[in-house]
Design a protein around this ligand. Sequence first.
Ligand SMILES: C[S@@+](CC[C@H](N)C(=O)[O-])C[C@H]1O[C@@H](n2cnc3c(N)ncnc32)[C@H](O)[C@@H]1O
Length: 397
Amino acid sequence: MPHIVFERKELITTPSQKDGVDFEFIAKSYNFTQKTRKTEYRIALKNQGKEFLLSLKPKDENFMIKADKVTRLSPVTLVKNALNAYVSLNNANVLFSNTHNLKLKDESKSEYLKDINYFVDEFNTEKEIQIEIGFGSGRHLLHQAKVNPNIQFVGLEIHYPSIEQLLKQLELQNITNVLVVNYDARLFMEFIESNKVGKIFVHFPVPWDKKPHRRIYSNEFVNEALRVLKISGTLELRTDSRKYFDFCTEVLTNLPKGRITIDINKDLAVSSKYEDRWKKQGKNIYDVVLEAFNEDANINLDFDFSFDFEVNFENILKDIPTKSIIEKNFFIHVEELYVIEDIKNSGLIKLTMGNFDRPVTKYLYVNEGKISYYQGNPLPTSANIDAHKKLKEILSK
Ligand SMILES: C[S@@+](CC[C@H](N)C(=O)[O-])C[C@H]1O[C@@H](n2cnc3c(N)ncnc32)[C@H](O)[C@@H]1O
């Protein structure tokens, strides 16, 4: 992680500019949780059109400056330039720096690896979509993509080495109809239009017998799957775990939608690594297929995350809740407040919010009373939308 340690001195004044970096404002921590913490700063800047924060904090007698974790972005050269520009503008006496000799990792990305925002803002296809959840070694997904060139596949995985392996195979085998996303499958479907998906494969998911809340299948997941599936589209579970099979069958039979088909030891055209292992051990393999019957209403991803009122930042410092707000499907936890002393009625609110399994940490930027999300809005998930509504309620009091 690039950082610079330098002798402590007065901070730079803002706004100011150095080597193409625009330093916009500095916000000072308010230490609102009352812990005896040392004062830290967040320095807001724009470099090559991208805005992010640097974190400046005391280190022994000196200062250490680095990228703020929440707003950090790539490529890392943007951060390195900003750190170098800060100490140069500050005429600081540098004691340690690793910003000149960092060996950069290859940051070039495959065109098939997509960020989740792509699915929120851009993904649009006339083709039928099929989704594989937790593709692992990718054998099944690669096979499906090869034999169905007119289908647009989306592969979901949270294990990065598996993603890299699949991307390599897509290139080697010249397969162009798979998009890959590193995102939790339990939440992904929220960004897919209704009635667009032909099949969803869930092959050998982790059974999570001791942590059932981490399972892919739940009422919410199956309802979302049914919404994105077109009529006759299928949600296909294949598992070696009898417990997981029983659990999923129960979830599916309790939802009075769709038709369920069950099979044992059915052969597929391709056998995954896990399947080979279980077959060798003589284990049963269970299939549970849910077929969708209904056409569903479309969803709205254009949720308006604005704040249509102004606030008094002094009041926020006094009144904002220090304890987490926990509701059925979302939470909000205010982590820290920062005051921008040079601009009246301004500051930053650092908070974590949204879904319990996939929370998002964001800064709210209060600029002369007007509020917005720094670095753009959260993803329009139902949990984030509900958390935003609650935030509006809290901040408008
Ligand atoms: C047991 S492996 C099975 C892999 C592959 N389907 C097969 O049959 O060989 C389960 C895979 O699901 C992935 N996974 C687990 N939870 C996930 C989630 N919430 N979203 C996406 N992938 C997940 C894991 O990283 C792992 O690669």
